[in-house]
Design a binder for this molecule. Sequence first.
Ligand code: SF4
Length: 325
Amino acid sequence: MKNSIIPIFIPHLGCPNDCVFCNQRRIAAPKEPDAAEVKNIIEEGLKYSHRPQISFYGGSFTAIRRELMVSYLDAAYPYVASGRCDSIRLSTRPDAINDGILDILASSGVKTIELGAQSMDDKVLALSGRGHTAEDTRASSSLIKSRGFELILQMMVGLPGSARATELETAKKIRALKPDGVRIYPTCVIDDTPLYDMYKRGDYKALTVDEAADICADVAVIFREKSIPVVRLGLNPTDELSSGGVKAGAYHPALGEMVYSRVFYNDMAPLVPKDRPFEIAVPPRMLSIAIGQKKRNLPLFSALGDFRGIKVEKGLEAPEIRTVE
Ligand code: SF4
């Protein structure tokens, strides 16, 4: 059995915010679970995992009714206290963190806090209806870290008013907050959202999958430079997303792989010899990333010189460019 996560979806019913990409205010959201259901989900998850982390996701956990939040933590904490679960993680908004909330989380087995920073540009945040500022993200990130929690920051690429330069700047500003990890989500235009209305009116131009993958490749390298892990790239495929819920934008179930194959190409391209035939040797685990989706990288490498192909080599730690006689 693997050490994993037990996900518990907490819809943010009655959220007072109006993020343009979010459909939670418009859809008939599933009813929020009660504490007994939370316990049932954990018991069920424990049948398949060893010392998992309990993860409350789906809304802004610390912005839901205080009494409800505490009832969820009270339901989950005994599993942490007894050692059956490792800890608790949750996701929330940057403006829903303060010392009092962190006191509650600290005494309830919470180890990891994910903040939806989304952008570090106040104009983009305003156009996206986020209702918080970049300063909120800075302040709550530093508070979270000073209290010893693990901090994961989420950023979105392709929000209204954003451009490539804005995304790279946001990535650098997020990196400066020294998170323990980041999630990168290209913006998807989902049915029943203000963003879909903007898109239909022509007030918002969505990124294509290719455009988003190109930007995300540069963003991922910004985090790599400081060894900050990207724990997720692109939305998790769900039935809703895969069955037509996404009306436009950069949704692709294999977006992560597309991004890393671009990173691979960008890393290798400056190193290829211009005047000698060459091949690229890769460890087996890197083959599909080296080739790219629909073999995208092969013609790109051929355009650089006398490219003889990609060769898999067991025991190799990292890719190598080799000249061929
Ligand atoms: S994304 Fe925005 S609107 Fe949707 S639940 Fe979270 S805070 Fe509320």
